[in-house]
Design a protein around this ligand. Structure first.
Ligand code: ZN
Length: 294
C-alpha cells in the first residue's frame, strides 16, 4: 500500500542477514545468469531457488545493480514506463534504484508513529517508482485475473481498493465494469493514478474508509494488509459489513522486500481476525486469498 508501508517487490536489498557460522558463498549461491534473473522476475523458479537468488542479490552489489537494470529494461517496454516519464517530466530518472532508495529513505526518516509513517508515504516518490516497476516489469502477480471469476460469482458491483497505489488493480477493475473507489494517501503514487485516469476513479484517504455511508460489496486489499499497523482500526466498519474480501495469498511464503516495512502476520492470525468480523476463508489459488461473509 501503499497504505502504510512498503516495498512491494520481493527483491529490495538489505533485508537478508547471513547466519553466523555459515559459508556466505554457499549461502548466496553463484552469480545469476540473465535467464535466472528472468525466472526471478516472472516467478517461474522454485521457491527455494527464488530465496537463494534473493539472498544473493541482497549480498552481491554487482548482481543487485544488474538486476535493477534488467527489470528496468523489461519495464521500459510497458506503456506504464512512458506514462511515468510523462508524469514526472524532467524529474524522471532512468534506472532509478527505487528499492534501495526506499530502504535508505525509510531508515533516514525512521518513522515510528502512524502519523510519521503516513507522512513518509504521502511524500515518497521512490515508492511511486517501486509500484511502477513492479507492474511494468511483469513481476506483479495477476491478481485481477485470479479474482475475476469469484467477483462475478458473488455478484460484486462496488469495490474499494484499499492501498490502491498507482491504480494497478483499481484501473483494471474499473475497466472490467466494477464501480471502484481507490483508497490511499494523497501521495505521488495516488497522484499518478489520477493522472492515468484523468480523475475518473474516485479516491479517498485511508481515514475516510470508516466514514463511508454505504459499505462496498468487496474490499480489495492487495499488498496492503502487511502494511497496516492495526487491521481492525484501519478497515473499521468496512471489514464488518462488506460481503467479500480479497487479499494476496497469505498461505505461502510472502517474500516482501525490506522487512522493516512490514508487519507480517501468519495466516492463522489474519483468519482469526477476519472470523471475528464474520468473514471465513473460501480458499486461495496461490495468488489471491478469498474471504466471504458467513
Ligand atoms: Zn553476484
Amino acid at each position: 500500500m501503499s497504505v502504510s508501508d512498503i516495498v512491494p517487490d520481493p527483491s529490495a536489498p538489505g533485508a537478508a542477514t547471513t547466519p553466523a557460522n555459515s559459508d556466505p558463498v554457499a549461502e548466496i549461491g553463484a552469480h545469476p545468469t540473465a535467464t535466472a534473473l528472468d525466472g526471478y522476475l516472472y516467478r517461474t523458479l522454485t521457491l527455494d531457488t527464488m530465496n537463494t537468488l534473493r539472498r544473493h542479490l541482497d549480498g552481491c552489489e554487482t548482481c543487485w545493480d544488474r538486476w535493477n537494470r534488467h527489470r528496468w529494461d523489461v519495464a521500459a517496454r510497458h506503456p506504464l514506463y512512458t506514462e511515468l516519464a510523462h508524469f514526472l517530466g524532467p524529474r524522471f530518472r532512468p534506472y532509478y534504484d527505487s528499492s534501495r532508495a526506499l530502504a535508505t529513505e525509510w531508515d533516514a526518516a525512521d518513522p515510528r508513529t502512524d502519523a510519521e509513517i503516513a507522512e513518509f508515504f504521502r511524500t515518497s516518490t521512490s515508492y511511486l517508482y517501486n509500484l511502477v516497476i513492479w507492474e511494468a516489469s511483469g513481476n506483479r502477480p495477476p491478481y485481477l485475473q485470479s479474482a475475476l471469476k469469484i467477483l462475478k460469482r458473488q455478484s460484486i458491483t462496488t469495490i474499494v481498493d484499499v492501498g490502491c497505489g498507482i491504480g494497478s488493480d483499481a484501473i483494471a477493475l474499473a475497466h472490467s465494469g466494477f464501480r471502484v473507489t481507490g483508497c490511499d494517501y494523497d501521495s505521488p503514487s495516488r497522484q499518478f493514478m489520477t493522472h492515468r485516469t484523468g480523475g475518473a476513479i474516485t479516491t479517498i484517504e485511508p481515514d475516510q474508509l470508516q466514514l463511508l455511508r454505504t459499505p462496498p460489496d468487496a474490499l480489495w486489499i492487495i499488498d496492503t494488509l502487511d502494511h497496516l499497523t492495526s487491521i481492525e482500526q484501519s478497515l473499521g466498519a468496512a471489514i464488518t459489513s462488506t460481503r467479500l474480501v480479497i487479499t494476496e495469498d497469505l498461505s505461502g511464503s510472502r517474500s516482501h522486500g525490506t522487512q522493516r516495512f512490514h508487519h507480517r502476520r501468519p495466516l492463522a492470525t489474519v483468519a482469526k481476525l477476519f472470523n471475528e468480523c464474520g468473514l471465513h476463508a473460501l480458499g486461495s489459488d496461490g495468488i489471491c486469498h478469498f474471504w466471504a461473509r458467513y
